[in-house]
Design a protein around this ligand. Structure first.
Ligand SMILES: NC(=O)c1ccc[n+]([C@@H]2O[C@H](COP(=O)([O-])OP(=O)(O)OC[C@H]3O[C@@H](n4cnc5c(N)ncnc54)[C@H](O)[C@@H]3O)[C@@H](O)[C@H]2O)c1
Length: 256
């Protein structure tokens, strides 16, 4: 699906990988709704890229009715929804047992609620809107990209909650692709390694450098534009469907 002239939704589009994807979609001629709970950064990006190309829509991805309303608002502003890229998520680290005490169950539940349930909430609403589109020349009505993590496959100590949430995203990719095939909607997932975004900016600089050096090639943190390029390719390539693609420079995370 060619993004030119299409309408895209990007959850988590106010920052990091999502913001880079918003920029790439606008550069390819799409109009983009930025769905994010971060109002300041969301509005600032929409202002920078211009009201003709972008719209900030405040939403918490865990909000059932809020997501229905957010997708409806984007659709009514831009007329349709053809592309959805789900980037909203949080990083959480915590051991199962720490200093003799079990991890507070709420920490695990919150991580799964945002990263997995929130991703599904976004996808279900976007897919329902896409199913209303007339098919394009290739028979497509929409293309969806979700964001998992390599922690879905080789999570480190302390990543039980985060890995579970991201493995859920990878796991639902194929059944959703199979179901939405009859609507002419494709869905794929990117599993990023370590990328240079505000999420990783929380780490001290030596830790960020060390993370980059763990990557076989290129031995650095990934650039958000590299994530966006793969997201756009997943939108472009009509035969790419139901797949999770690692984008990690051959990084395999050690236990800790
Ligand atoms: N940066 C990395 O190295 C890396 C690696 C693997 C996976 N990922 C995943 O990529 C995605 C984007 O990460 P990033 O590094 O760009 O992070 P980021 O913190 O820069 O951006 C995340 C965005 O999601 C939004 N968000 C978070 N919770 C939300 C909620 N409940 N409702 C609405 N918006 C919400 C935030 O406001 C923020 O704008 C995440 O799902 C993350 O798990 C990142």
């Amino acid at each position: 699906m060619d993004p030119a002239g299409k309408v895209a939704l990007v959850s988590g589009g106010a920052s990091g990988l999502g913001a880079a994807t918003v920029r790439a979609l606008v550069a390819r001629g799409a109009r983009v709704a930025i769905l994010d709970r971060a109002r300041d950064t969301g509005e600032a990006l929409a202002r920078e890229l211009g009201a003709a190309h972008t719209l900030y829509v405040p939403v918490d991805v865990t909000d059932d009715a809020g997501m229905v309303a957010a997708v409806a608002a984007a659709r009514s502003a831009f007329g349709a929804v053809h592309i959805a890229v789900g980037c909203a998520g949080i990083g959480f680290a915590g051991k199962v047992v720490s200093q003799g005490a079990p991890m507070p169950l709420g920490n695990f539940a919150m991580t799964v609620q945002i990263n997995l349930v929130g991703m599904f909430n976004f996808v279900r609403c976007a897919a329902a809107a896409m199913a209303e589109n007339p098919p394009d020349d290739g028979g497509e009505r929409g293309a969806i990209v979700m964001t998992a993590s390599i922690a879905a496959f080789d999570g480190q100590i302390g990543q039980a909650a985060y890995s579970a949430s991201k493995a859920g995203v990878a796991g639902m990719t194929l059944p959703i692709a199979r179901e939405l095939a009859r609507h002419g909607i494709r869905i794929n997932t990117i599993a990023p390694g370590t990328f240079d975004t505000p999420m990783l900016a929380q780490l001290p600089e030596p830790a960020r450098v060390a993370l980059g050096q763990m990557v076989p090639f290129h031995s650095r943190l990934g650039r958000p534009a590299e994530f966006a390029a793969l997201a756009l390719h997943m939108v472009d390539n009509a035969m790419l469907n139901g797949e999770t693609v690692r984008l990690d420079g051959a990084l395999r995370m050690a236990p800790k």
